[in-house]
Write a new protein. Structure first.
Length: 340
């Protein structure tokens, strides 16, 4: 069976060329051609016919099939079909600094966060590396655009599929690959502590966002069952390890849920648990799903933001994208019959 070239990081492709008896420098030429010039076969590289044939026998260039597309002024969404008949959704957001894609890492999710639509379908499997890379290439191909940022914030918990996520970010941030700046590649986790440290220890770590959503362990455990295993203090300690090691500032994501976690007291508590560490808080207006939760109103969010600032915490409110496409945070689900 042929191997899918989109699953290969550059170091892995070099090793593979070597084991085929080829000069690994050719792997650099191919990788660069695939991601920089959109090569989708081995014909244009000027290799000897014998080499081209060997590569053609070894590698395929398979991308997920686009089965539906939706577009609005600030966002676009694709429904992709994978080779085993599973579906995955992926989103493009047109932000001020450029085009940012939001990719999924799993079919379904096992984390069970109460407010999140994605978790309503239990994980069926991890996406493989080529399926995650395929989402980015499908979007840039379909909408003919350059990709300037990548958020690993779609369906799934990326640190529950750590190696695939690590290979994916290596491909998108590699100078010879898609060359997206590492500060513009963000992995978001619900807080799997040992994996946060492993992420910090990668040779070229990208940015990190942590879904905190509450500053009190009792409340966070109710909203996010993972908190029973990895409580807030441990998550923030791991985040501090990451920021000391990488010099990247960690984003703490905080969904504003009406009457649940949005009081002034909650803001003070959040500032207290942060305790002067160099994190910033990203306040996320909740996108309604079928759950019982409601979004906090705009004044409440501004006031919460104000209390954080009075207590020395940098905080921003996330712009909302793609609400009309049901493409916003937490609204993706692979069960396309229901949502697309
Ligand atoms: N599993 C990872 C990444 C996927 S979720 C994580 O937990 O971080 C990406 C972000 O969207 C998380 O912060 C998640 O808590 C948030 N989210 C989930 N449902 C949402 C909703 N309905 N409205 C707004 N944000 C939501």
């Amino acid at each position: 069976m042929k191997m899918n070239i989109f699953g290969y990081t550059l170091p892995k492709l070099r090793r593979s060329f070597e084991s085929l008896g080829e000069n690994p420098a050719k792997a650099d030429i191919v990788f660069n051609g695939v991601y920089k010039n959109g090569a989708r076969d081995f014909r244009g590289f000027g290799f000897a016919e014998r080499v081209t044939e060997k590569l053609e026998e070894t590698f395929a260039f398979d991308l997920p099939k686009v089965v539906e597309r939706r577009e609005s002024s600030d966002a676009a969404k694709l429904l992709l079909e994978l080779s085993d008949g599973e579906f995955v959704e992926t989103v493009l957001m047109r932000q001020r600094f450029g085009n940012c894609v939001c990719v999924s890492t799993q079919v379904g999710c096992n984390m069970g966060c109460k407010f999140c639509q994605s978790g309503q379908m239990k994980k069926r499997r991890d996406l493989n590396v080529e399926e995650i890379v395929g989402q980015v290439l499908a979007l840039s191909g379909e909408f003919s655009c350059k990709i300037d940022g990548v958020s690993v914030m779609g369906i799934g918990e990326p640190f529950d599929s750590f190696q695939n996520t690590a290979d994916f970010i290596s491909i998108v941030s590699d100078d010879k690959g898609l060359a997206v700046g590492r500060r513009h590649v963000t992995v978001s986790t619900c807080g799997i502590v040992p994996k946060i440290c492993e992420y910090a220890d990668l040779p070229l770590p990208c940015s990190l966002a942590i879904s905190l959503h509450a500053a009190d362990d009792g409340l966070r455990s109710e909203l996010m069952p993972i908190n029973k295993k990895y409580p807030i203090a441990d998550v923030l300690k791991a985040a501090e390890y990451y920021s000391n090691k990488t010099r990247h500032r960690v984003a703490l994501e905080y969904i504003m849920l009406d009457g649940i976690n949005d009081s002034d007291e909650c803001a003070r508590q959040l500032a207290e648990v942060i305790g002067g560490r160099d994190f910033y808080v990203n306040l996320i207006p909740y996108n309604s799903t079928d759950s019982e939760f409601r979004k906090s109103d705009t004044d409440r969010i501004s006031r919460f933001c104000g209390v954080l600032k009075e207590n020395g915490v940098i905080a921003t409110k996330r712009r909302e994208f793609g609400a009309d496409l049901k493409a916003a945070c937490g609204q993706l689900r692979s069960d396309h019959e229901k949502k697309f």
